[in-house]
Write a protein that binds this ligand. Structure first.
Ligand SMILES: Cc1cc2nc3c(=O)[nH]c(=O)nc-3n(C[C@H](O)[C@H](O)[C@H](O)COP(=O)(O)OP(=O)(O)OC[C@H]3O[C@@H](n4cnc5c(N)ncnc54)[C@H](O)[C@@H]3O)c2cc1C
Length: 395
């Protein structure tokens, strides 16, 4: 593909750049140091502003309130947001995964009811897939939904639900036919998180945040019109959601990583090591250069994933290549940061001597989850082996 920007794309970039320069809140630098939970209302207000200016749902078709941006415009959007160090969106899962799933599989009534409130952050969404005994093997899930008149009655437990504590709605995968083969008896429901019988218990991570939660469902009544896609065809709907998660989620990350590597190079120039600065140590130089080159590769991979989406309308298994790449690259980069900074790299935010106010200790700890979330590296390698390379299944 041609990576040079056309006159129209340059105009799009300049318009967005100007909007960001005028609108990224000046107090964001202080806010970002607060925990995700305490800055969440702030992120909702920011998303509302982005929505009102017509930039939310950048890839969504215009008829559903999105921007209907081309592939290259989407790349520009994510890069410019990262370059401007703009706040993230509050409704990450709604915008990236669940909205596109409703667009692909929802009824007209569902599109009308849910989509614009996802864009405006009026309603926050979470993804209820994983269970204590069903993570990588999602089809093994045990949460059930039994038909009772014009409602399904849901019972079971989900785990690791990002934003579960903030969510108004959940895309929930349940078993509706316990007698069917395990991939066949599943259905996806849109569940009101305030319905009686839904309990949310935040889980504390090693970063100190509670980004995700456990969800418990006890006789939760869900109207039949909240089935998305067909009853007992939930596997296809859920896979549609996961393809979005792997195909597009890393967008913009390479700019964030680029900022990190540039900062690390600056730190290497100022950090003493064996009687000279670390930037003069050949081993450190090689490691920094390796990360730098890999960030370039990440951008090309992202282009390839976006090309596929724009050509076919849906993300393909190639998204798994990008998922492995960004998650493992971030872990390598954070490891280099720790080697460079030594014990100072472990100081937490607020510590007097913590470089960049604890960014590196937080980054190192949070990166561990990267190779688990959205499907582990082992699972991505299985997908690439089987669906991209055509190798026999190993499981
Ligand atoms: C930060 C974060 C956010 C998350 N957010 C959400 C969310 O919002 N909603 C949600 O539903 N879930 C979420 N998850 C859960 C995530 O999807 C699961 O943790 C993941 O799918 C792995 O499942 P598991 O934890 O049950 O591990 P398991 O499936 O038990 O795997 C354990 C280990 O065995 C390996 N393994 C398993 N099967 C195979 C195989 N066939 N071949 C080779 N190796 C294998 C795995 O790679 C892993 O190393 C999140 C997880 C994290 C870390």
């Amino acid at each position: 593909m041609d990576l040079k920007l056309t006159a129209d794309e340059l105009q799009f970039r300049d318009e967005l750049r100007a909007w960001l320069a005028a609108n990224v809140p000046a107090d964001w630098d202080e806010k970002r140091e607060e925990s995700l939970e305490s800055r969440f209302e702030y992120l909702k207000r920011w998303q509302r502003k982005v929505f009102e200016a017509g930039w939310a749902g950048i890839s969504w078709p215009k008829e559903f309130g999105g921007r209907g941006a081309s592939l290259m415009q989407q790349v520009i959007f994510f890069e410019e947001m990262a370059r401007a160090a703009a706040p993230g969106m509050a409704n990450v899962l709604g915008l990236g995964l669940i909205g596109p799933t409703i667009i692909a599989f929802g009824t007209e009534a569902q599109k009308k009811r849910y989509l614009s409130r996802i864009l405006s952050a009026e309603e926050i969404w979470c993804q209820g897939f994983s269970e204590p005994n069903a993570g990588s093997d999602l089809a093994n899930l045990n949460t059930t939904a039994a038909l009772d008149g014009d409602h399904y009655v849901v019972n079971g437990q989900k785990v690791w639900n990002s934003y579960g504590w903030a969510a108004d709605w959940c895309e929930l995968v349940v078993r509706t036919d316990p007698n069917a083969p395990k991939h066949k008896g599943l259905t996806v429901l849109l569940v009101d998180m305030r319905a009686p019988g839904v309990e949310v218990r935040p889980l504390r991570q090693m970063t100190g945040e509670s980004e995700f939660s456990e969800l418990f469902f006890r006789d939760v009544r869900v109207p039949v019109e909240n089935v998305i896609g067909k009853v007992n065809d939930g596997w296809n709907v859920a896979i549609g959601t996961l393809m979005h998660e792997r195909g597009t989620f890393g967008a913009g990350l390479q700019i964030m990583y680029r900022r990190n590597i540039e900062r690390l190079i600056e730190l290497a120039r100022a950090t003493p090591r064996n009687g000279r600065f670390a930037a003069e140590d050949p081993l450190i130089r090689q490691k920094l250069a390796q990360c730098y080159a890999e960030i370039e590769i990440m951008r090309s991979n992202q282009m390839r994933a976006f090309s596929r989406i724009s050509a076919t309308g849906v993300p393909g298994p190639e998204g798994s290549i990008q998922k492995i790449f960004w998650s493992e690259l971030n872990q390598r980069l954070q490891q280099v940061a720790q080697e460079l900074l030594g014990p100072f790299g472990q100081l937490t935010p607020g510590g007097e001597f913590a470089p960049d106010n604890g960014l590196w200790s937080y980054g190192y700890l949070r990166a561990r989850g990267n190779t688990i979330e959205a499907g582990t590296s082992e699972i991505q390698r299985n997908i690439i082996g089987h669906f991209v390379l055509g190798l026999p299944k190993s499981y």
